[in-house]
Design a protein around this ligand. Structure first.
Ligand code: SF4
Length: 240
């Protein structure tokens, strides 16, 4: 008997099949459900963002898909935070501290990001934080286009699993990779972009703000725009 698949389940299955195709597996066999066993509602499993994130992490494995796997990385920095987050921050790449600890934004730039999040009246645990690429480029150089293109499909799957209301791209590399446009920060900030149906704002990377703290005021304006969209009250405190 033919059944119509829930659109989200269909999308999840399509992604899964695409992943196996990438591995060179094309033949699939359907196991008929055992009529004597009670059926779990399929969508409840597939829609669980925490489970989806775990599956994506398993699929990533001990990744060797781009040259960064053999350029001194200690570990893969997958992403951290609330799988049900309404707000997602996406940076560029792990640095030395992140490579050491296996978590994005834990060094000085991470401290500043934490302050930015607190200034918005929420906690780091409320949001999800990730990077375009998951391995530290040697000497903290800017990631190559090929590295971004190879790694970012996993980030796309993370975004699709979490389904945030708002994405904030931190810095030009994140913005340009996500939006596939080449524009200066002055043209990217202070406005909304549509990222596959999700609102996306661009602001300065915290590492840049450490070098040029005068731009914190501008960053605060960007964050206020995000807060308004999320229905968060703007606190009395002026900026992070
Ligand atoms: S940067 Fe991404 S694609 Fe490259 S090795 Fe690391 S996890 Fe794999």
């Amino acid at each position: 008997m033919s059944r119509t698949l829930d659109p989200q389940l269909r999308r999840a299955l399509t992604e899964r099949i695409r992943y196996y195709n990438e591995l060179g597996i094309y033949d699939f066999y359907r196991r008929e459900p055992n009529a004597e066993l009670p059926r779990e509602p399929e969508t409840s499993v597939v829609e669980d963002p925490a489970l989806l994130l775990r599956t994506i992490r398993e699929d990533l494995g001990d990744c060797t898909r781009c040259p960064l796997h053999q350029q001194g990385r200690k570990q893969i920095v997958f992403g951290v935070g609330n799988p049900h987050a309404e707000l997602m921050f996406i940076g560029e790449a792990p640095g030395a501290d992140e490579d050491q600890q296996g978590e994005p934004f834990v060094g000085r730039a991470g401290q500043l990001l934490n302050n930015m999040i607190k200034a918005m009246g929420i906690q780091r645990e409320d949001v999800y934080i990730a990077n375009i690429i998951k391995c530290r480029p040697p000497g903290n150089r800017t990631p190559e286009r090929e590295e971004c293109e190879t790694c970012s499909p996993f980030l796309m799957r993370q975004i699709a699993a979490i389904k945030p209301k708002v994405i904030v791209a931190l810095g030009a590399v994140a913005a340009k990779t996500l939006l596939a446009i080449n524009a200066p920060m002055s043209e990217l900030r202070g406005r909304w972009f549509d990222f596959r149906g999700t609102k996306l704002a661009v602001t300065y990377h915290p590492a840049f703000l450490l070098r040029d703290p005068r731009q914190k005021k501008e960053t605060w304006k960007d964050l206020q725009m995000v807060m308004k969209e999320l229905g968060l009250a703007v606190p009395a405190k002026a900026e992070p």
